[in-house]
Design a protein around this ligand. Structure first.
Ligand SMILES: [Zn+2]
Length: 360
């Protein structure tokens, strides 16, 4: 197995910056987020951009990208949403300006209720407004659905309540990861950021097709930076279903060319060589939401989901369509051990870069 410098979850976003400084990796500050953290990109001449942490609950991608940043070969944005690394309890403390004495769910819901400027509750679901930020929480009914379930309920509540829609429009909504059994993530250790735009729940990786006047300041700065560097290849590290590796590519079946095919053949071989597993199309058909189009028809092949068509809202799609970049979103299953997840996206990214032969 490859040995990585960093294989453990981080405690806070400060550590991300500290590690880069420790290894003398220069970086550019892109924007200050609502907690005062700087979103950063490493300063290096490269055609490759590696990003992680758009979804704050997908922490292994962040740790994986820091390993790649330390190597100093490519431009890395280790955490697109620093507040996600800091987690939900941190956000709560930050907004309430007081200690959070217990991690008991009922206590936290009560705390939001008692301290918010305004709140909306529906059974165990709560959303409370604190200035221009909202906190949203709901105990996990399914321990593996995480924030997905909170976002679903949030959308349902928005759909039926006009006043709630008015109150939350344009607002940043912070919620807990809600994955009690996922190593390095847990119930509250990471936070997920949503936005309400035109009454719809959006997230940090679904804003690329939204007009500039409606997107948050920090996101706009990140987008400007990506436009400026105009990378030839973009790899965005995410985490998702199951306990194995899979990927999204923003192209149609006709556009899925030899380069992509070759990369995935190499990634499969490298993962297996390191004792790691990839999700097959057959497994994906059973575990993932339906209506997905896969690059390979053979059910024993690696699950590479093609996302194209209606909205082009992710970084991966934007980089491909607007910047002409070669682009992949890597996914590691949140049910796997943390160390394995870090390794999976590290290996996939390195393999893809060397396969493309971009200034490596
Ligand atoms: Zn994600």
């Amino acid at each position: 197995m490859v040995n990585l410098l960093l294989e453990e979850p981080l405690k806070s976003y400060d550590q991300v910056v500290e590690i880069l400084e420790k290894y003398n990796i220069p970086y550019t500050k892109l924007a200050k987020d609502w907690q005062g953290n700087f979103i950063i990109a490493t300063k290096v001449k490269s055609d490759v951009l590696i990003t992680a942490g758009a979804h704050g609950d997908e922490h292994a991608g962040v740790v994986s990208s820091i390993n790649l940043a330390i190597e100093g070969k490519h431009i890395v944005i280790p955490a697109r949403d620093p507040a996600g690394v800091n987690g939900f309890i941190y956000a709560l403390k930050f907004l309430l300006d007081k200690e959070v004495k217990s991690k008991d769910y009922a206590y936290i819901i009560d705390l939001i209720k008692r301290n918010a400027d305004w709140y909306h509750q529906s059974n165990e679901f709560i959303v409370g407004i604190f200035g221009n930020i909202a906190l949203c929480a709901m105990p996990p009914i399914d321990p593996w659905k995480g924030e997905d379930l909170i976002n679903e309920v949030l959308q349902r509540e928005l759909d039926k309540d006009e006043r709630l829609r008015e109150k939350l429009e344009g607002m940043r909504i912070i919620m807990p990861a809600n994955l009690p059994y996922s190593e390095g993530v847990d119930l509250f250790d990471r936070a997920f950021t949503s936005f309400v735009i035109n009454g719809r729940v959006e997230n940090y990786n679904s804003l690329f097709d939204i007009p500039d006047e409606k997107i948050p300041y920090d996101f706009k700065k990140l987008k400007e930076f990506i436009n400026k560097i105009s990378p030839k290849a973009v790899f965005d590290l995410h985490e998702g279903f199951g306990d194995k590796f899979y990927a999204f590519v923003p192209v149609s079946k006709e556009e899925f060319n030899r380069d992509y095919d070759e990369i995935f053949r190499k990634i499969k071989a490298e993962l297996l060589r390191n004792g790691l597993k990839y999700l097959t199309v057959k497994e994906a058909l059973n575990e993932l939401p339906k209506e997905r189009v896969y690059a390979y028809n053979d059910e024993r092949e690696i699950a590479v989901i093609l996302h194209f068509g209606k909205r082009c809202r992710s970084l991966s799609c934007y980089a491909y369509k607007e910047l002409g970049a070669f682009s992949i979103t890597f996914e590691t299953g949140l049910k796997a051990r943390f160390k394995e997840r870090v390794m999976m996206s590290y290996i996939a990214t390195k393999t893809a870069i060397s396969s493309l032969n971009l200034n490596s």
